[in-house]
Design a protein around this ligand. Sequence first.
Ligand SMILES: [Zn+2]
Length: 132
Amino acid sequence: MHELSIATNLVSIATRALVDADETRPVTIVKIRIGELAGVVIEALEFTWDVAIEDTRCAGARLEIERVPARVRCAACQVESNVGMPPQFVCRQCHQPTGEVVAGRELDLTALEIDDGSEPCSGEDHHEAPYS
Ligand SMILES: [Zn+2]
């Protein structure tokens, strides 16, 4: 599935960033930004996320998605217009067709949140019982 390979790719980008930063603590949240025109089905991506992070450095991390509305800029009057859904590549000022997409194709990893151990319950000394 298309979305699974996207998720797998995001995990490897995140893993590389963690290695580069010498970060060994667990990842709690992976933040990404997806443009409306990136061709990603959010629901499918969320669905495949748990599979993609299995046995990786991002295992257990939550995926947080920011949607970026698609925008085009008009070559004639430089006005930026929202493309909307379904996409209409037309300047809202002069109604000329425009194909210069200035936003909406993003598919970026924006941030990783790391578990720094300061959980609300860390005041209590709680140990996990070992498997028996
Ligand atoms: Zn225009």
